[in-house]
Design a protein around this ligand. Structure first.
Ligand SMILES: C[S@@+](CC[C@H](N)C(=O)[O-])C[C@H]1O[C@@H](n2cnc3c(N)ncnc32)[C@H](O)[C@@H]1O
Length: 497
């Protein structure tokens, strides 16, 4: 879906694991379960900073995670501007400056290694990551992208930079090895699936064969670095999406996933420092969580995304609930009761589960094949939508609302896009919009805000951006009403005269 922003920040990788022994549904740390808080000295990796509100817990299924050591108030900063352990360009990115990660057009090249940078400012940065890590090595090998490679929107050569930096950081800073050692890479699982071969082709082979850096590293180290990035990295981007980077942090990366996270994260695109705030009150003993996936995707899609990219089976309370905590992001209109009731999976954790109408008198069941066929067909239609054609989007919503719950992820993604389209797109700026579109924007924001209250409660980025859009539209509406009232008063005043 072009232009659809789910949240400003998403971790870019995935992992596996079963969840037996997972935290109880309300995520409270339970001293009788297999979850334990660790003596910091026993945990390989980062130790909690002195005076912070969390410690590091560990369970056989989730691995390490952050857990609150005292009650944390909503909006309190839990991790304050944490410096990244390593930063590098995202995979398959457009060409970017190797210091500030802004898009480059190849017109300015690093005088030493000939890789594109944004300007002299980044070329002369003494402490820039490019100068610190790969510049001299690449210059020695005359290893730089060709003109054709720099024209690609998904230049795979950039995939090699972040893993190479992790390997070099490990070699050069033995005191940091403990931090790197503490990060999960899911090596055994990755070896069994396609991603291992993709990393071999896009990272290991170029670094060892094309750039001939065999004296500096080996396949083992590069695969480990790729795994660390896949499992732990957060995406760094700015509002205009010109910055394209990924970063690994020693504390923020330990946050476990929950499809209803209790924090809001934000990375400063200029410094790549990560700040984590509590979105809601977090009681002592509760896990501190973030979401690794897209809030507005339904359970089937979220779980398969988490499995494919973060390699684990999510069994959080939202995934286990057929109605997704009442948000109904996956629910279908029941074909038998003409849409008066909704059909939900009997076992949401099982993709082959039967679906059943929730209407007490109906209880109609449908097989997963039928559901999957319907959803695949609607997904194809959604993928073909032109996002500049708002009428086409509105028609899609109206047409398929007869088969889907109004909050279904296929509709809600488009509604979220339209919330921002109305009021911001050329021809639809707040001042230019008719009353009809202004009230439509407010109605869409209200629908989305109801979902945000369930799925990203508190002061989350998602909730905040919707509230801002709603308030902008509401202000415009009040201003217009005030002007109309004034005009009416003037008219009636004129009549009296
Ligand atoms: C970014 S790392 C988090 C730190 C990691 N637990 C560790 O020990 O290094 C992501 C990995 O943690 C585990 N994980 C996080 N949240 C989980 C959850 N809700 N259920 C199961 N595993 C989870 C998965 O193995 C996932 O690939």
């Amino acid at each position: 879906m072009s232009g659809l922003i789910i949240t400003p920040l998403q971790p870019v990788l995935l992992l596996p694991s079963s969840i037996a022994g997972r935290p109880s549904d309300d995520q409270h740390y339970d001293s009788t379960s297999s979850i334990t808080t660790q003596n910091p000295a026993d945990v390989v990796g980062a130790e909690p900073p002195v005076g912070c509100a969390f410690t590091i817990g560990k369970s056989s299924d989730i691995g390490k995670f952050l857990v609150a050591t005292r009650n944390i108030r909503a909006d309190e900063i839990i991790i304050d501007a944490e410096e990244a352990l390593a930063v590098g360009p995202k995979q398959a990115t457009h060409p970017v400056c190797l210091n500030c990660y802004r898009r480059v057009d190849g017109s300015y090249l690093c005088p030493l290694c000939q890789w594109p940078l944004c300007s002299e400012v980044c070329a002369q940065m003494e402490n820039g990551a490019h100068q610190k890590y790969e510049c001299q090595l690449l210059a020695n090998r005359e290893a730089y992208p060709t003109k054709e490679e720099l024209e690609q929107e998904d230049c795979r050569l950039y995939d090699c930079i972040a893993p190479l930096r992790i390997v070099l950081d490990n070699h050069r800073n033995p005191e940091r090895s403990r931090l790197w050692l503490g990060l999960e890479d899911h090596r055994l699982y990755r070896q069994k699936i396609g991603i291992w071969h993709v990393d071999r082709k896009t990272v290991v082979e170029p670094v060892l064969n094309k750039w001939q850096l065999g004296e500096n590293t080996n396949e083992e180290e590069l695969q480990r670095a790729c795994g660390i990035l896949e499992v732990n990295a957060f995406e760094v981007c700015d509002d205009d999406k010109t910055i394209s980077a990924r970063a690994v942090y020693s504390h923020a990366c330990l946050m476990a996933h929950n499809c209803v996270p209790n924090t809001a994260c934000c990375v400063n695109p200029a410094t790549q420092r990560m700040t984590v705030r509590a979105a809601v009150d977090i009681p002592a003993g509760q896990m501190i969580t973030t979401s690794y996936t897209f809030t507005l995707d339904g359970t089937l899609r979220r779980r398969s995304h988490l499995k494919e990219t973060k390699f684990f089976d999510c069994c959080c309370p939202r995934c286990c609930d057929p109605t997704e905590l009442g948000s109904h992001l996956s629910s279908l209109a029941c074909p038998r009761c003409s849409g008066r009731n909704y059909t939900v999976p009997e076992d949401p954790l099982n993709p082959a589960s039967f679906w059943k109408c929730q209407g007490e008198k109906c209880g109609n069941r449908i097989g997963s094949d039928q559901v999957n066929q319907l959803l695949a067909c609607l997904q194809r239609k959604a993928d073909e939508l032109n996002y500049d054609d708002f009428q086409g989007l509105e028609i899609f919503i109206e047409t398929w609302s007869s088969l889907l719950h109004p909050n279904h992820s296929l509709l809600i993604g488009i509604k979220y896009y339209l919330c921002h389209f109305y009021g911001n797109a050329p021809g639809f700026l707040l001042k230019e919009m008719s009353w009809r579109f202004l009230t439509r924007k407010m109605k869409l924001c209200e629908e989305l805000l109801n979902i945000a209250r369930i799925l990203e409660p508190g002061d989350s980025n998602f909730h905040g951006s919707l509230l801002r859009e709603y308030e902008l539209a509401e202000n415009e509406l009040f201003q217009r009403m005030a002007i109309e009232e004034e005009e009416e008063n003037e008219l009636s005043h004129g009549d009296h005269e």
